[in-house]
Write a protein of this length. Structure first.
Length: 338
């Protein structure tokens, strides 16, 4: 299949692009590299022993996107492109609505013009907010509590409405929990620009000496060790979930939602301890007050994905930490080392 991957040079996008190539698909990536690197795709091509084309463009640029569709004629789209920092979204909400929501509308309009009727959308467990308690199933109420989460919620609604209006449009919405880990080769991993938003990336940088210390927000939650419980899913499992969803989209039109998580929550301290074991080093941290809006526990009910996609997250927290440590050791400066 010819697959267009937006944001394919990023963390999850690059791992998914590798899985697509390894399974025989032809891929073109559209990414304007605002929080990613072309080096990731050079490494993907090396691992896959197959070329991957990068078009440096913003998905919101209609003319550039139209030119890609006209030349490549994709049969499906996997849509990762967008901004993803909760804190930044509260400071720059209009930027998030433009790059996450408006750009998706441009993408859908371009797909319709070129008769591309399959899309897998990168959503987030953030949409659940505090409307219900974990474990979250796909039919739980959604009530995002920040602009980033609301952009995901809005795009989900746009996709549902578009699928209702066009019976030929086939949509898969994948709600991620907390992606962690790296490719087992050590050549692909998470390389955030600036301060990491994800716990394990921050822990890895502290362990490597790139950051001086780690704050643990809250230690009096009603959890086994008092720190927050989250659902961590290995990025390679997550990437493979996209291929499972893509296969399911071949069964006809409609709108579907699946959680992609491990279903096995781990605490902040458990993540720190697991990475310390993997890296063979002590990781300094200090306990501070809980952040407003944080919940004690957030993890997935993954029954639907197991039943309908035949997908399960197989890789453990320990394996994710070992893979991250290997990536950190081999690329201490991220993709800048390439």
């Amino acid at each position: 299949m010819r697959v267009l991957v937006t944001g394919g040079a990023g963390y999850i996008g690059s791992h998914t692009t590798l899985e697509l190539l390894a399974n025989g698909h032809h891929v073109v990536v559209v990414d304007y590299l605002s929080n990613s690197s072309a080096e990731s795709l050079r490494r993907v091509a090396g691992l896959a022993e197959r070329p991957v084309e990068l078009v440096e463009a913003n998905v919101g640029e209609a003319a550039a996107l139209d030119a890609v569709f006209a030349r490549f004629a994709p049969e499906a789209v996997i849509h990762f492109a967008g901004r993803k920092a909760v804190g930044e979204s509260t400071r720059l909400p209009l930027l998030y609505y433009r790059e996450n929501v408006a750009a998706t509308i441009t993408l859908l309009e371009t797909m319709a013009v070129h008769d591309c009727r399959r899309i897998v959308f990168s959503s987030s467990a953030t949409v659940y907010g505090s409307a219900s308690e974990a474990p979250f199933a796909e039919d739980a109420p959604t009530a995002a509590t920040n602009p980033y989460g609301r952009t995901k919620q809005m795009v989900e609604q746009i996709l549902a409405d578009a699928a209702a209006a066009d019976p030929a449009l086939s949509v898969a919405v994948l709600r991620y929990f907390n992606p962690i880990g790296a490719h087992e080769s050590g050549l692909l991993g998470e390389d955030p620009k600036g301060v990491p938003n994800n716990l394990l990336s921050f822990v890895a940088q502290v362990a490597a000496g790139r950051r001086t210390g780690l704050q643990v927000f809250g230690n009096d939650y009603p959890t086994p060790d008092g720190t927050g419980l989250r659902d961590y899913v290995h990025v390679v499992d997550l990437a493979q979930g996209h291929l499972s969803a893509l296969d399911r989209l071949g069964e006809g039109g409609g709108y579907r939602v699946w959680n992609l998580g491990s279903g096995r929550p781990a605490s902040v301290l458990q993540v720190i301890e697991a990475y310390a074991r993997a890296a063979g080093t002590r990781i300094p941290y200090r306990l501070v007050a809980a952040r407003p809006g944080d919940v004690a526990a957030s993890y997935a009910d993954v029954t639907k994905a197991e039943r309908e996609l035949g997908w399960t997250a197989h890789r453990s927290l320990d394996q994710a930490c070992a893979d991250t440590a290997r990536w950190q050791a081999g690329s201490p400066d991220g993709y800048a080392a390439g």
